[in-house]
Each structure stands twice: as C-alpha cells, then as structure tokens.
Write a protein that binds this ligand. Structure first.
Ligand code: NAD
Length: 361
C-alpha cells in the first residue's frame, strides 16, 4: 500500500522493539517492559491507536518519576477456588493484568470460573488484551479497569468517573470469536487527543466544555477544562446508560478491590501520586454449560453478519471484526500505518531516551 503525505508505515517488529527499548531506558525491569510493549503493540496492530505508541510517554514518565514500581511481583491477598483478591504492588498495569488473568484462567480450568480483582494497579492498556488471553485458552474472558476521572455523570459539569473500559471475549468455532472491547465513554480520551493532533473536529457526544455543554472542539476537552461524555453523549441520546455502565465498572474494580475509586483516583497524567487502580479479570469455561457453545455462537454471529446492510458497502459486523480487518490490512501492508505527527513525537522521545528511532517501511 502507498501512504499519503500525512502517514508513514512501520514494520510490526520495529514498534515492539522501540517500546521495549524506551521502557528499558526509562528504567523498567526488562520483562515488565516487554509485557507493557506487547500490550501497546497489540493496541496499534488492532487499530486502537489511542492506546498504543500514543500512550508510551505516559508509562515512561511514570517509571522515570518512580511513581510506578519498576520491579517486583503482584501478591495474592485472599483466595478461594474461584476467586482471588490481588495487590498489584503498584507495578505496571500489564504486569498486574497478566498475573491476574492467568490466575483467573487457572481457576476457570479447575473450577469452571475464575474471578480476580486487583487493587494497587496502574494503567493497563487495552482491556481486550486480557479477555483475549482467556480466549486463547478456549475460555470466555472479561476484564475491566477504573481510570482517572475524565467523564461527567449525566447532568454534571464535573468529571468524576474514568473512561472505565470493559472487554468481553468468547470463542466461536474454527478460530472465530466475539471480542467486545470498549470504553464506557463515547470514546477514549486518546481518540480526542488524536483529533487534536490531526487538527480535526470531534463529533457531538464525544465531549463537553467546562460549561457542561456538548462541544465539537477537541481542545475544549484537552485544554479548556471540559471533559468526556459517557457512552451515548448527552441525556437526550441515552448517555445515562453509559454513565450506569461506567459506575458498574467502578463497583467491580475500585470498590470491590479496595482501590481508589471515582474522583479519588489520581488526576489524569499526574505523576504526583500512585494510581492505585482497581481492575477485574474473569475467565469462564463455556463447557460447564450447554454443549456446543462455540457452534451456537458462530451460528449467531453468522446470522448477524449476514443481515441486509443499510448501506451496501458497509456489511453488518460483530464486535472484534473491525480489529480483525485492521490486523489483516497491517499484515498485507507489511507494517502499521501511523500519522506522521505521532512518529515525530516518538522520534523526540527516542532522542530524549537515547534509543534508536523506529525505521520506516
Ligand atoms: N486502560 C484504559 O484506561 C482505557 C480506557 C479507555 C479505553 N481503553 C481502550 O481503548 C480502546 C478503544 O476503545 P473504544 O471504546 O474507543 O473502542 P471502539 O469504539 O473503537 O470499539 C468498541 C467495540 O466496538 C466494536 N465495533 C466497532 N465498530 C463496530 C461495528 N460497526 N459493529 C459492531 N461492532 C463494532 C469493536 O470491535 C470494539 O469491540 C479499547 O481497546 C479500550 O479497552 C483503555
């Protein structure tokens, strides 16, 4: 594929290598840096550019500021056959997330279900990474995390809830799957940052100004005291349902886990205070229920995908299809297509950390 003047392509291996080198230069334990890099790479490969390289500087700053621990292991505080409560020991989010999901998977294999809740964690990247880990083992996976307050409950001017993402993955047959991975705000903050980087407007329902009114200017959210709106946007278009889902995530994460919650979670991008995020991870073995789950799920997804589309060139999709299409395109192109502005800021980071910048395709 040829790129336009605004985009460049980077081979997949370069992205992974660059993230690992930056984290190591910042002082992270090699294995922890690799675990983080895999999640960031997966985000870009799957087409969620808000949570890939775009987020790398944040993790670098957290390690440099010694506000995230660079070494150690999460600790199980309480455990039953199907549950565990874990202290993430303030390690990088993916280190805590992988530990917790692997524990949930083990429990699901033994007891049919594993439900693990962590406190003391950090930003863990795309929620889908963890539900996909269960999917890899033929299990259904669920993961959620609370995040720094960025979103206003319906009717409020004040941001007291995070973008609180949730993910659910389930196996179909022959490698097919349902993979829902979504923020409970209309969009993740990173998407608004990307609009700002591109100098483009944001659609109504993504965010509001400091006055609590929906806005189309990304800077109202990023620079002028506004915030995100819950999934659905303002009250008239059902934003209160996104608000409810975000509160549900908070209850399963910060409140169940005894971590910070709501407005107590540190300010977004602050390196003054530990994040102490709450996160939950569940694995469920479908074989514990009616036989033939994978066949029925594939039948259901086939029915959905086969629906007559409203626009002929836009077939009906199921959750996970856009990411599958994106990965297929990356593989065909031989690399990930990035906006030049993002790569310019990565080259600045490379210079600051004295690591080799990424080579273009
Ligand atoms: N760790 C954090 O703090 C944090 C916070 C917010 C978001 N995130 C991550 O950011 C990423 C992006 O979140 P998002 O809400 O912007 O995602 P999104 O809106 O792009 O996609 C959400 C879901 O909808 C599905 N989807 C998209 N178009 C579809 C269609 N036409 N038909 C059917 N399904 C469709 C996708 O497969 C995906 O599962 C996610 O990976 C999320 O986990 C992380």
């Amino acid at each position: 594929m040829s790129t336009d003047s605004l985009h460049v392509q980077i081979p997949k291996a370069e992205v992974l290598k660059f993230c690992e080198a930056c984290m190591q230069s910042a002082g992270a334990n090699k294995d922890h840096g690799r675990q983080l890099s895999e999640v960031l790479f997966a985000a870009d490969y799957r087409g969620h550019f808000s949570h890939g390289l775009n987020r790398l500087p944040m993790y670098v700053r957290d390690i440099q500021a010694k506000i995230t621990e660079k070494d150690g292991e999460p600790q199980i505080l309480k455990e039953s056959a199907g549950t565990a409560w874990v202290d993430g020991k303030n390690l990088l989010g993916p280190v805590v997330g992988n530990f917790c999901m692997d524990l949930a998977i083990k429990k699901a294999k033994d007891a049919g279900i594993g439900w693990v809740v962590a406190k003391g964690s950090n930003h863990y990247g795309i929620a889908g990474w963890y539900s996909l880990r269960a999917l890899d083992q033929g299990l259904m996976g669920i993961s959620m995390t609370n995040t720094s307050p960025l979103s206003a409950p319906t009717r409020s001017k004040e941001a007291v809830l995070g973008t609180n993402p949730m993910s659910f993955s389930a196996p179909g047959k022959d490698g097919d799957s349902f993979v829902l991975d979504m923020a409970t705000t209309t969009v993740a903050l990173g998407k608004i940052e990307m609009q700002k980087r591109k100098n483009e407007k944001m659609p109504l329902g993504w965010g509001q100004g400091a006055d609590g009114v929906s806005s189309e200017d990304p800077r109202d959210v990023t620079d002028r005291g506004g915030c995100l709106q819950p999934l659905g946007g303002p009250e008239i278009t059902g934003g209160y349902k996104g608000y409810g889902l975000s509160a549900l995530v908070e209850i399963f994460c910060g409140i169940l886990g005894g971590a910070h919650y709501g407005p107590n979670v540190r300010k977004w991008m602050s390196t003054q205070q530990e994040a102490d995020l709450g996160q939950m991870f569940a694995a469920i073995n479908p074989a514990c229920f009616c036989d033939g789950f994978e066949d029925r799920l594939s039948d259901f997804m086939g029915m959905l995908r086969g629906l007559d589309p409203a626009e002929a060139d836009k077939p009906v999709l199921v959750a996970g299809d856009p990411e599958r299409q994106h990965m297929a395109k990356v593989d065909k192109d031989g690399g990930i297509t990035y906006h030049k502005n993002l790569i310019t800021s990565m080259n600045e980071l490379a210079a600051e950390l004295k690591v080799t910048p990424m080579k273009l395709l």
